[in-house]
Design a protein around this ligand. Structure first.
Ligand SMILES: *Cc1c(COP(=O)(O)O)cnc(C)c1O
Length: 392
């Protein structure tokens, strides 16, 4: 046990040097991203709408960032709107289409992020209807149930690109085709999939796509939504008419610059990063599954390259995460958003786990910053921590 305690503190910050395996919750801002943002706080601090040099320089920085993000999705810069994050993008996609085309139903899935599910609940309070399509035991959308749920009253189909708990990647092309066959729009929450799976909004038939900065090594509080040119959305934040009227409020210029830089960096060697994460992911899965009473949640293939999720018979997930924390590892149970909630994760319930199974889980999520040495250390620690949880 003592061998696992990591007493090292970073000499500069005096922060404990944790081995960070909770990248689905949030990621470290890359130093290059931070450096790119720095001038837009105290030097180039102009309002991008102002007609003086400080304003022009802020507007130019935003233009660069918008181009960088659009390049990563295969869309036009004018189709990118910056928001405060993934949650706002999801809210805008769903609430923004309500009443736009005379249709009054939204089709979504049982394993969406609460940013989608709670917004659908709000749509119901506003008199719209929703249909929640089930998923199979690995988290894949039940395609025949999706087809059965469609009709000419459906305004929007919203299905996440990849799940934040169990990493299941959906077949976006197939799902968007089903939506379009019935004249509905297709939105995807790609907050987890962005930079980790191959998404091309034109090829995949995506009308709207949400992404978030802090899941891809940019800061918290910045995100974006792709809205295909021609899709009519009503804004949910009203005011000065920034972002072509779709999202008022003075733009978060440093955050936007950071998101643009992070997007560019993530795509500079995405294939290499995905390969490295996939190999670490598979090593973790193979090793952890050798522990007796350990089970993998979610699929083996069509799984996010950075996601592993397990359950352990006779172990309380929160005990395990706290034990690993004391050993120097940052992990989580299901998702950071549900960590504060009592009860099992709705995602794990949706794939058929009972409450006890769902509450015995561990999520380990990677970033390109993780190293093989860190994975070695983690794979030594997990069996020890699991055994200790079982013996207490
Ligand atoms: C984190 C996350 C969100 C929320 O993004 P924020 O930027 O934190 O608002 C939405 N959807 C998924 C799938 C996420 O993982």
């Amino acid at each position: 046990m003592v061998g696992f305690i990591n007493p090292l503190h970073d000499v500069d910050t005096m922060c404990p040097r944790v081995m960070y395996f909770d990248n689905a919750a949030t990621t470290r801002v890359l130093p290059e991203v931070f450096e790119e943002m720095r001038p837009y706080f105290c030097e180039s601090y102009g309002n991008p709408s102002s007609i003086h040099d400080l304003g022009f320089s802020a507007a130019a920085a935003m233009r660069t960032a918008r181009e960088r993000v659009s390049r990563t999705l295969g869309c036009y810069p004018s189709e990118i709107t910056f928001t405060s994050g993934g949650t706002e993008s999801d809210n805008l996609a769903i609430l923004g289409v309500l009443g736009q085309n005379g249709r009054d139903r939204i089709v979504t899935t049982a394993i969406e992020h609460s940013a989608v599910l709670e917004t659908c609940a709000e749509a119901r309070r506003r008199g719209f209807r929703t249909t929640v399509v089930p998923v199979d035991g690995e988290g894949f959308v039940d395609i025949s149930e999706l087809e059965a749920a469609m009709g000419d009253d459906v305004a929007l189909v919203s299905v996440m690109a990849a799940n934040n708990v169990i990493g299941t990647q959906q077949d976006l092309r197939r799902i968007s085709r089903i939506a379009h066959d019935h004249g509905a729009l297709f939105h995807t929450d790609a907050v987890q999939g962005y930079t980790k799976m191959d998404v091309d909004v034109k090829r995949d038939g995506i009308d709207m796509l949400s992404l978030s900065g802090h899941k891809v090594h940019a800061p918290k509080g910045i995100g974006a939504i792709y809205v295909r040119s021609g899709v009519e959305l009503s804004p949910i934040i009203l005011g000065g008419g920034q972002e072509r009227g779709l999202r008022s409020s003075t733009e978060n210029v440093p955050g936007i610059v950071g998101l643009g830089k992070a997007a560019e960096m993530a795509f500079s060697d995405m294939e290499g990063d995905v390969m490295r994460m996939t190999s670490m992911r598979d090593r973790i899965i193979d090793s952890v599954c050798e522990i007796s009473g350990a089970h993998l949640n979610g699929p083996r293939s069509d799984r996010l390259c950075n996601n592993t999720h397990f359950r352990f018979d006779g172990v309380k997930g929160t005990d395990l995460v706290l034990k690993l924390n004391r050993m120097g590892f940052a992990t989580s149970t299901a998702s950071a958003c549900s960590a504060g909630e009592a009860g099992p994760s709705h995602v794990l319930t949706a794939i058929g786990l009972n409450a006890e199974q769902a509450l015995s889980s561990l999520r380990v999520t990677l970033s390109p910053l993780n190293t093989d040495e860190e994975v070695d250390a983690l794979l030594e620690a997990i069996p020890v921590a699991v055994a200790e949880c079982r013996s207490q």
